[in-house]
Ligand binder design. Structure first.
Ligand SMILES: [Zn+2]
Length: 284
């Protein structure tokens, strides 16, 4: 699946790495758990009969003056971490790139919102770099976190891919700070909490903007309930604060949003509703 759009002079294309549908959609109850602060009865009331969420993997390619970049790279082929039934439903980035006329060899940059495996493994799954000419970019705190001892249980599934990403890119991995312009028109925006260096990416050209929020939310339920954390938010209070700030900004500045895990292509607008928000997918 591919979806093309432009942000000023930046030509963009969302390429899906996969989007398992029913019966392989994950349960809402796996994301919003009592341990993460969402009691089962609160979840049941909020989700109105829906029991699963549609989890996309929406990788965003951006044609910058410095070459083609991709923001996050999906799970990659041969991934068995979510079960063998889902394995053929993900790892589809390569086919989508071909459909979009994109070449792995020509990719100049990989920008990571964070180094969880569903964002980084697509770049390293084979044991070699998927994009052999690309430089990589990740936040300084993200690189430091995964390079050190990781003892949080919910981080464990991600350690291998994060470390392999850091190792394989080596000196071609460039750590950045928040507010840095990573590439022309591609700016790092603070979004810590999901992981220590979790980053939103703001694309900007000729007065048009697109805010890529990474894993700031997994489902529109987190806009109507912005205080809902998930087991994968390593610092839940910080992730909630980041979510609120980014959603406020998207509303106040009327910025189009790209959400990595929302149904393909993950593009939409945010509106305020009292002290919460609502999600309005871009008509496609
Ligand atoms: Zn993710």
């Amino acid at each position: 699946m591919i979806y093309q759009l432009s942000v000023g002079r930046l030509e963009c294309v969302v390429v899906s790495d996969g989007q398992p549908g029913p019966p392989f959609e994950p349960a809402l109850g796996d994301f919003f758990t009592p341990d993460a602060g969402v009691p089962a009865d609160v979840l049941q009331d909020a989700c109105r009969g829906r029991s699963t969420l549609t989890c996309g993997y929406n990788c965003l390619f951006v044609s910058t003056p410095d070459g083609m970049a991709v923001i996050d790279t999906g799970l990659g082929p041969d991934f068995l971490g979510y079960g063998e039934y889902i394995e053929p439903l993900v790892g589809q980035l390569d086919g989508g790139m071909t459909a979009a006329g994109l070449s792995r060899a020509n990719l100049a940059a990989v920008v990571f919102t964070h180094l969880h495996q569903d964002h980084s493994r697509g770049a390293i799954w084979s044991g070699d770099l998927t994009f052999p000419a690309a430089s990589a970019y990740a936040h300084t705190s993200e690189v430091a976190f995964w390079s050190g001892p990781v003892d949080l249980p919910s981080a464990q599934p991600h350690v291998e891919a994060a470390r392999e990403t850091i190792r394989l890119f080596g000196e071609r991995l460039h750590p950045f700070e928040y507010d840095a312009e990573i590439l022309p028109g591609v700016r790092a925006t603070a979004a810590p909490g999901h992981t220590p260096g979790h980053t939103a990416i703001l694309l900007q050209s000729q007065g048009e903007r697109l805010l890529c929020v990474g894993d700031t939310f997994y489902d529109p339920l987190q806009l109507t309930n912005p205080n809902w954390a998930t087991p994968w938010d390593l610092d839940a209070p910080a992730s909630i604060a980041s979510r609120r700030l980014l959603l406020e900004r998207a509303v106040d500045e009327q910025i189009l949003v790209h959400a990595y895990h929302l149904p393909f292509p993950g593009l939409g607008r945010v509106q305020r509703k009292g002290s919460t928000f609502t999600w309005h997918p871009l008509p496609t």
